[in-house]
Design a protein around this ligand. Structure first.
Ligand code: PLP
Length: 443
């Protein structure tokens, strides 16, 4: 209560803004994920690793636009590319040279030959699933229980469920995430638990026996909406083998991991190759750019025109210019080495605090992403997260951070994203605040 009151006091400008915003924006925000009780924090500007809210609070940005700003805010190289492109026209709905340059770089990073563009992660997963369905002529989609893949109907299924409603996850009926999704669509998506290739295999075999062979498995190689949940050894390869054996398209949703955890994302990190990959968030260097990459076979249905993969703003020149500058000038091998070093430092710092004060939790991360998971035992998927996460601690840590100049994603399920502009000073401050929290908790 003390921390909540303190945050209320330092965000009175946000409260005033909220009152005005509420007159014209539904809920006072531009997306439901920007909402927060009792009111959202309205931001004014960002530079490098920092952001400032409308009250003038200066904060190290560990939120980074839900993991989109791995380049840091207002990077000069990206700004120069945007300005140059603006001066020569921002939109034609015709391909430009940058669209080719970016695809060539993505091909190099992911080892997948053919690419298309979209404008968000949701569009990327929506089109990827359509491509898989078009290729196979099948409707059923397998996803991971608790995973988020965007806001289109097919994947708004079996995401946030209270632990006491989970029951027997292997036989769980598909559950709509929010209203407005047709039951027939919900029923076409089957969720299986993460890090359990055996459960996925059993479910797929049952679906085949029911004459409902899946078109695709869509999954994050590392779950990024329960903090960070890494794949257990051998899991991704087992899924790969299972999909290959049954002719099921394997989609790695790398909207969060993509540009952030290695040059070639989770695909490079764990060395298991999907048939399709989806990118967005950090891809566009701060502009709304998404991409889909695939094998020759899978993308043949786009090339022969049997699957429509379309969009007025796909490959928009402004977004492509920012993406080209981001990939070629900012997200260099040195940048990834810097992110790895900083993440090791922050993870080691948090681990040391946890051990020193005997906190029930652990620090986990990869590339630019990480978190402290307040759980006494290791989280391997949605069930273990829901059963063991100390949600009150996660809420308190968020308030504690916000009151001490650490801007974090709202909610208990998110991770930090470091940016190229972050320094040891930024991550050391994070650890220092975490230690202050530990001191108070154990006093
Ligand atoms: N896929 C994953 C793994 C995501 O985390 C998200 C967004 O959080 C999406 C897809 C949807 O992306 P967008 O919000 O750009 O539509």
């Amino acid at each position: 209560a003390r921390e909540a009151k303190a945050l209320d006091a330092r965000t009175q400008g946000s409260l005033a803004t909220y009152r005005r915003a509420n007159q014209v924006l539904a809920g006072g925000v531009a997306s439901s994920y920007q909402a927060r009780d009792p009111w959202p924090i309205y931001l004014e500007r960002g530079a490098g690793p920092k952001v400032w809210d409308v009250d003038g609070n200066e904060m190290w940005d560990f939120h980074n636009g839900f993991g989109s700003m791995v380049q840091g805010h207002a990077h000069p190289a990206i700004g120069a590319a945007i300005n140059a492109r603006y001066a020569s026209g921002t939109h034609f709905a015709a391909p430009t040279e940058d669209a080719i340059t970016v695809a060539a770089e993505l091909q190099r990073r992911w080892g997948l030959p053919k690419w298309r563009y979209v404008n968000s992660g949701s569009e990327a997963t929506m089109d990827a699933i359509r491509i898989a369905r078009g290729l196979t002529g099948r409707d059923t989609v397998v996803k991971i229980f608790g995973s988020y893949h965007g806001h289109h109907d097919t994947v708004m299924v079996s995401i946030g469920i209270e632990y006491d409603q989970i029951g027997d996850h292997e036989n769980l009926a598909s559950l709509s995430y929010g209203a407005g999704i047709p039951q027939a669509t919900v029923d076409m998506t089957i969720a299986v638990p993460f890090n359990d290739a055996g459960a996925m295999e059993r479910r797929i075999e049952r679906l085949i026996a029911e004459d409902r062979k899946p078109a695709c498995v869509i999954m994050e190689a590392a779950m990024m909406n329960l903090g960070v949940v890494l794949p257990e050894d051998g899991y991704l390869q087992a899924v790969r083998d299972l999909c290959t054996r049954h002719g099921i398209v394997l989609i790695f949703d790398e909207v969060k991991t993509g540009i952030c955890i290695a040059a070639g994302g989770a695909t490079e990190k764990w060395g298991v190759k999907p048939d399709l990959v989806t990118l967005a968030k950090a891809l566009g260097g701060g502009l709304p750019v998404g991409a889909i990459g695939g094998t020759e076979e899978v993308m043949s249905v786009v090339e022969d025109g049997s699957v429509y993969q379309v969009g007025t703003y796909n490959g928009n020149p402004l977004g492509m210019a920012a993406t080209r500058a981001s990939l070629l000038e900012v997200m260099t091998p040195d940048a990834y080495a810097h992110l790895d070093r900083l993440n090791e430092r922050i993870l080691a710092g948090c681990t040391a605090v946890i051990e020193r004060y005997g906190l029930p939790g652990y620090a986990v991360g990869v590339g630019s992403k990480g978190c402290v998971t307040f759980s006494p035992t290791k989280v391997i998927g949605y069930e273990t997260f829901k059963a063991n996460q100390d949600a009150a601690m996660a809420d308190l840590a968020w308030l504690f951070n916000m009151n001490r100049g650490i801007f974090m994603t709202p909610g208990r399920e998110e991770e930090w994203t470091l940016s190229v502009a972050h320094t040891t000073e930024a991550v050391d401050r994070y650890v220092e605040v975490f230690e202050e929290l530990a001191v108070e908790l154990t006093a």
